[in-house]
Design a protein around this ligand. Structure first.
Ligand SMILES: [Fe+2]
Ligand SMILES: [Fe+2]
Length: 261
């Protein structure tokens, strides 16, 4: 392989975008937006690999990038991503478990527009509703679900990858919105609670979408059978240590959906 291919595949994507006009546009054509991964340390090969393009599109994208860097040369481009093994319903059991947990979280996110329209802390039940939502987010979405990602899933991958750093910083940011919501109940400030519920829901909606459609399929593709088995048993031991949690919070989410605002 031409050593220049290896060199540029291992270059930081932000450096390439800054140095060569047209690379951002080439990525945009394949719906690869680097803006969310704003930390700037992803390598070109990671960016290509993580988005799991099919062989034809991957070759086309890298060819276009090399055409921009070396307009007068033609390169024999190697395949970067592994062939897709798992997507959607065929995800491995541990990743499917996380996708299923997202479904319960998304049911709460879906209630936010209705809640923020009506919320009024002069009504005691409304304060209780927000406290119950805060408890759901802290106990289920964060301690149960995000901890599986941070303490187990992400540990199987290079922690310096931009996409993992961004996912963790989303978790951190989401916790601060929840603290604001909790404090707003204490001070009786309806507006602050509404605003932070909206911020939280916007952030988590985009975050879950990225995990379901980009991050998890890519991770699943890059785990071997032994790792998948080990991860699944680690997830199951968390579930077994809190056997009541899934049923308890499903019932609580049902009660949110039936809450008369
Ligand atoms: Fe996450
Ligand atoms: Fe998640």
């Amino acid at each position: 392989m031409d050593p220049r291919i290896d060199k540029h595949l291992n270059s930081n994507i932000k450096d390439l975008i800054n140095e060569f006009d047209g690379i951002q546009q080439a990525l945009d054509k394949f719906e690869i937006g680097c803006a969310p991964c704003s930390l700037g340390t992803c390598k070109l090969k990671d960016v290509v690999g993580i988005h799991n393009l099919n062989a034809e599109n991957e070759k086309e994208l890298i060819s276009q990038i090399f055409k921009i860097i070396y307009p007068d040369e033609i390169f024999d481009i190697p395949r970067i991503a592994q062939e897709k093994k798992n997507t959607g319903n065929t995800m491995s059991p541990p990743l499917r478990m996380l996708v299923n947990e997202h479904i319960l979280i998304k049911r709460v996110l879906a209630l936010a527009p209705k809640i923020t329209e009506i919320l009024d802390f002069s009504i005691p039940e409304h304060k209780m509703l927000i406290l119950d939502i805060v408890d759901f987010i802290r106990s289920y979405a964060d301690k149960y679900h995000h901890s599986k990602e941070e303490d187990i899933l992400f540990k199987y991958f290079d922690s310096s990858l931009d996409i993992i750093k961004v996912m963790i910083s989303d978790h951190v940011q989401s916790r601060s919105y929840v603290t604001e919501m909790f404090n707003a109940v204490e001070t009786g400030n309806t507006l602050i609670a509404k605003n932070n519920l909206i911020y939280y829901c916007d952030l988590l909606t985009e975050h879950i979408n990225k995990e379901d459609t980009i991050l998890y399929p890519w991770m699943d593709n890059n785990l071997d059978t032994k790792q998948v088995g080990k991860m699944y048993s680690e997830f199951l031991s968390i579930n077994n240590s809190k056997p009541e949690i899934q049923g308890k919070y499903e019932a609580i989410v049902n009660s949110f959906e039936n809450f008369k605002l």
